[in-house]
Write a new protein. Sequence first.
Length: 314
Amino acid sequence: MNDRRKGIVASLASALLLGLTPIFGKQSILQGFSPLAVVAVRSSLAVVLLFFFIVIFRRGFFYIHPLGFLGCFIAGFINGVGSIFYYTALTTLDASVGQLLYSFYPLFVALWLLADRQSLSRVTILRLILALAGAYLLIANSTKSVNLVGAAMMVGAALLYALHLLINQRVLYEAPAPTVTFYTLLSMAVTVTGAFLLFHPSLPPSGINWCPLVVLGLITFLSRLTLFLGVKHLGGLQTSLLGLGELLVTIMMAQILLGERLTIDQWIGTLLIAINLLLVAYDQPGSTKRYSKGFLHWLNPTDVSPTDFPFKDQ
């Protein structure tokens, strides 16, 4: 399997898994877990699972260049703050509506790319327009009023998620996906667990069903591995556009498990997002070369090449 196809498969797998995130996150909150408890437990569980995965199968993946570690730490902190926004917003939003708002993150990826002085292809721009039009139809025609504070927090989460993708894209030139996933998740877990212990260190009483939260941690572990594998081979924007498939998963599962419903216009929006996914066959993959310009150029070590690392399987 070539790198492009591997990236597409990984991105779609990540989208499938991430589409379940708001469902199990919402169920965990309804069980009585606070948003901070949800992000702390799921992130900690995911990083522990990944730690044992690397210990058992490939200990060389623990090696990372110091500058790459710094990049992962910053990306994890940013995504950790974004996760707090995300799950706090879910306390006031339906899972499907929350994911619809979050689906604007490809726009933010594109804006961050332009700020980082990188270009976009015409097909990518077309896919971005289709995706945003679809997301607008899904949001603007909701049968329920949208909590503005929750909506603002969800959009903020999308903005931070997009930035963390591009930071990791830079690091992924030097390091394999499992390495970047581990150190980013580790930083994220430290960030959200610290917030949990500082601001709301409490769990529901005994007898509460932990299954949704445990499943959420497992999904986080698997989805992050596939997400960064997709970013490595396709780039942050292409992966985020394919990642909109998670929106379709959320919508279907929200109807099945949570009883949420969509209008006709929202189904049209869903169709536009599906067309965006199909257009990946005609789009060009993001460049995996190391950029020497842009506000993230400092993440490029000058004295290290990929051949300096003690592994070949990227």
